[in-house]
Write a protein that binds this ligand. Structure first.
Ligand SMILES: NC(=O)c1ccc[n+]([C@@H]2O[C@H](COP(=O)([O-])OP(=O)(O)OC[C@H]3O[C@@H](n4cnc5c(N)ncnc54)[C@H](OP(=O)(O)O)[C@@H]3O)[C@@H](O)[C@H]2O)c1
Length: 216
C-alpha cells in the first residue's frame, strides 16, 4: 500500500514510516517543503536501501497516498488539514496527534473543543474516514531497531477503516492493533500519552501500553 505522512519529517512520522516500510509498504514523506521531505526520505533510505520511501509536499502526498497518517503537532492541524480536505475525501486519514502542552517541565492534556485531536481532524476533513491510532507509540522506539513491544489502541466510527488500521498496526513487529471503540474514545488514548511522558520521566524509560486479558 502507498501510505502518506503529513508532517512526515518529524520523529513520529519518520518512525512510523520506517516501521511500515519494513512491513512492505511504500511510504511517502510529506512536508511543507519538498526539500525537507527529500532529506527525510534520504535519511530513511540510508538506514536500509531495500525499503521504499518517496518525498512530496503534504498535498501531493495526501493525493498520492491510499491511506494518510497525520503526524504534525496538534497546533498545526487547523492550518494544515483544510487544504487537504478534497484530496482526502473518502480516504482513511489516521490521527497520531496528541494535544499536549508543557509547563514547568510537566506535560498536560490540552482541552480540545471537538473532544480530541482525532475528532478535530474529522471536523477539518469532513469527508475523510478518520481513525485515531499510534498516539501511544514512542517515536524513539519506532526509530530504533528492536521490536516495539506495545499495543496500538485504534478508535473510529467507520468500522471497516478501523479494522484496516488495526491490521496495519499489527504489521509492525511487536505491535498488536486493539479495537478501542468509537472515534470519541481517542480522547482517552491521547490522554494516555501524557501519562506515559510522566512515567518515562520518572523511570527514565520509553514506556508503552499493553492491554492484558484479551484472547486475540
Ligand atoms: N514524538 C513522539 O514520540 C510521539 C509519540 C506519539 C504521538 N506523537 C504525535 O505525533 C505528532 C508528531 O510528533 P513529532 O514529535 O514528530 O512532531 P514534530 O517533529 O514537532 O513535527 C512533525 C512535523 O510537523 C511539521 N510541522 C511542524 N509545525 C508545523 C506547523 N505549524 N504547520 C505545519 N506543519 C508543521 C514539520 O514538518 P515540515 O516542517 O517538514 O512541514 C515537522 O517536522 C504530534 O502530534 C505528536 O503528539 C508523537
Amino acid at each position: 500500500m502507498r501510505i502518506a505522512f503529513i508532517g512526515g519529517t518529524g520523529d513520529e512520522g519518520m518512525g512510523l514510516a520506517y516501521r511500515l516500510a519494513r512491513a512492505g509498504h511504500v511510504c511517502i514523506i510529506g512536508s511543507r517543503s519538498l526539500e525537507r521531505a527529500q532529506a527525510a526520505a534520504d535519511a530513511l533510505r540510508a538506514r536500509d536501501d531495500t525499503l521504499h520511501f518517496e518525498a512530496a509536499t503534504n498535498v501531493d502526498a495526501a493525493r498520492d497516498g491510499e491511506l494518510t497518517v497525520v503526524t504534525t503537532p496538534y497546533a498545526a492541524l487547523a492550518g494544515t488539514l483544510p487544504p487537504l480536505a478534497d484530496v482526502l475525501a473518502r480516504k482513511i486519514a489516521v490521527s497520531t496527534v496528541v494535544p499536549m502542552g508543557f509547563s514547568e517541565g510537566r506535560a498536560s492534556l490540552l482541552a480540545v473543543p471537538e473532544g480530541s485531536a482525532a475528532q478535530q481532524q474529522q471536523a477539518l476533513l469532513p469527508d475523510a474516514r478518520i481513525v485515531g491510532a499510534f498516539q501511544n507509540l514512542s517515536a524513539k522506539k519506532l526509530l530504533g531497531e528492536r521490536a516495539v513491544d506495545a499495543d496500538v489502541v485504534v478508535c473510529a466510527d467507520d468500522d471497516e477503516a478501523k479494522q484496516r488500521v488495526m491490521a496495519l498496526a499489527g504489521e509492525i513487529e511487536g505491535v498488536r492493533g486493539i479495537d478501542g471503540g468509537a472515534l470519541a474514545s481517542s480522547q482517552l488514548v491521547e490522554a494516555i500519552t501524557v501519562l506515559l511522558v510522566s512515567v518515562n520521566r520518572n523511570y527514565k524509560a520509553r514506556a508503552g501500553v499493553r492491554i492484558t486479558g484479551l484472547k486475540l
